[in-house]
Design a protein around this ligand. Structure first.
Ligand SMILES: [Mn+2]
Length: 358
């Protein structure tokens, strides 16, 4: 499987070799995708004449076990940049494929200056976008764990607790159910803070009457989930209910109309036009969704600007929202996979507002 992925990458790049550099995690998602190696320091060199995974003594054993590839051990007698430059030259590489958006200017100049470089970012993005059965299973597991943790968290939400305490409880539950960790900083945005789309949990205390955006997810065997639900402490107001039902119908519209072969901006438009018709177009400032997989935001994009064609096997979020500054905000986010007949929703949590007692 990994070898196949690497062969395809090299072939599509049109270069003599492809070099993916993971220094302190920079190209880590691609290293996992093309080799199975999960550590933070490794470089993959794929050429027509051979394949090597370069790492140091911290990881040689792990790398060999995880990948079965031939491992080259870098010893720090020589500067790593020089070592890698010499290695690539020695292997006869002239044109080199790299993931440009993963490299710092410094690393790029130190290693690749003088070589004929081609960009492979679009190739890796497109390869990773379509999920295999195995990848899909991992995402489902990440969803399952997050959903169970969310349900256990509901009882923990009380007026007087801080957002951060609630986030910590949710993350603790996800880990105890088998997650490697949260897939991003958990968002617990209560009351007026719920109008901030990315209001990461703060030391604000939750109050009676607060509507809370809970945006959460976890990592399971490298793959992520990303879900948003609304919780109300005490009965929500009529206005909260009204906004929630607009967001919900926008989400349903997108789920119903999205079909394989459509562009990201078309699918975004289904939900957006719903919200616009209700008079809240300006209050929905972000895109409708994004791909998930080894990363929390990856291809395809589902936004006003996206020209990505959404095809079978792609897994992404559908997350419309309306944010009323100074008052409250509502977002509902689910994870779906595109199939031949349309999208299949992978998340199963109820989408109504969860009402808890203060
Ligand atoms: Mn999301």
């Amino acid at each position: 499987m990994y070898r196949n992925r690497r062969e395809k990458l090299l072939e599509k790049s049109g270069a003599d070799c492809v070099v993916l550099v993971n220094i302190e995690g920079s190209s880590r998602p691609s290293l996992i995708y093309y080799t199975g190696f999960t550590g933070t320091f490794a470089t993959l060199v794929v050429s027509g004449s051979g394949e090597w995974l370069i790492t140091d003594s911290r990881y040689t054993e792990q790398a060999s076990k995880q990948t079965g590839m031939s491992i080259v051990k870098y010893e720090s007698r020589k500067n790593f940049y020089e070592f890698l430059r010499d290695f690539i030259k020695e292997k006869g590489c002239k044109t080199i494929g790299v993931e440009k958006e993963r490299l710092s200017v410094k690393v790029f100049e130190m290693i690749f200056k003088g070589f004929d470089v081609v960009e492979v970012d679009q190739i890796t993005r497109e390869q990773r976008m379509v999920k295999s059965e195995e990848e899909l299973e991992k995402i489902k597991k990440a969803i399952d764990i997050a959903q169970r943790a969310f349900l256990e968290m509901l009882d923990f939400i009380k007026a007087g607790r801080t957002e951060r305490e609630v986030a910590a409880f949710l993350e603790y539950k996800m880990k105890s159910f088998g997650a490697e960790g949260p897939s991003f900083d958990t968002i617990i945005a209560s009351g007026y803070r719920s109008a901030m789309p990315h209001g990461v949990a703060s030391d604000k205390k939750i109050e009676e009457g607060d509507l809370i955006v809970v945006d959460f997810g976890c990592v399971y065997d490298g793959y992520v989930s990303d879900i948003t639900r609304m919780v109300s402490v005490g009965e929500p107001t009529g206005e909260m209910r009204k906004i929630h039902s607009i967001v919900l119908s926008a989400q349903r519209e997108a789920m119903k109309k999205a079909k394989s072969g459509m562009r990201g901006d078309e699918i975004d438009g289904f939900a957006r036009s719903c919200i616009e018709r209700a008079g809240y177009g300006d209050e929905f400032g972000h895109g409708l969704g994004h791909g998930i997989g080894l990363e929390i935001h990856e291809a395809p994009r589902v936004s006003r600007l996206s020209r990505d064609i959404i095809g079978e096997g792609m897994v992404f979020t559908i997350e419309p929202g309306i944010y009323l500054e100074g008052k409250f905000g509502v977002r509902i986010e689910d994870n779906v996979v595109m199939e031949r007949e349309g999208v299949k929703v992978l998340t199963s949590l109820d989408r109504d507002i969860f009402v808890v007692k203060g």
